[in-house]
Design a protein around this ligand. Sequence first.
Ligand SMILES: [Zn+2]
Length: 262
Amino acid sequence: MFYDAHNHLQAPCYDGLHNELLENCAGLERMVVNGCLELDWPKVAALAETHPQVLPSFGYHPWFIHLRTPDWQKVLEGFLDQYPSAVGEIGIDRWKSDISYEGQEEVFLEQLAIATERNLPVSIHCLKAWGRLLELLRENPGPKRGFLLHSYGGSAEMIPAFTKLGAYYSFPGYFLRRSKGRHREAFKDVPTDRLLIETDAPDMQLPDELNEHPLADKEGKPVNHPANIGVVYRELAKFLEEPQEELAKRVEENFVRYFEEL
Ligand SMILES: [Zn+2]
């Protein structure tokens, strides 16, 4: 059974395709569907109502915080009152050059505080800001159950420090690319009880030769299919030299402990 710790099933490229997409996700037990801005949140909620696999998650992604309305926190808390399941995707990003860093930490910390107060799982995005993220997580309390560093791309050396603070780490299919050797290697240092697996679909494409579910948006641009979760399990098991059933069992335990236990 597969658990996708992070995707974006609400993405516009999937509009009208949800039934078909999920029918193709053989073996998929649950997926955490992350809203990235206010406009996403009703879509994420609707998907949770219609598809039992969907575990809804609500948050403001750093790329979109310039779109937040004056009431965004109230709106977010309203969704979490109705769906007390998860906060995300939130985070900080110093990689994407066309967005401002200003305001990112403030919006991130406000959402971290909301997750902490409710002890909800939280999914964190971080690019080129790992040292700063560690500082922020040391200085500010996080949820008792810990936090998820999705598509963890920090160094192996930082893993013990994040782990001490309660980190889980999810491995995306994108890291199966040849160029991502350092990212893959770091996952050998992730404690066995903190590992999760994700597609980040429709983003973070697998290498073409491993993509078993090719899909394109309306403009013909390739997008990741959530059914690729099975490929990510298989290839990560090979890389970690662990039987896939054993890997699947501990990822299930980790997922249930982190995302589903109260
Ligand atoms: Zn994401």
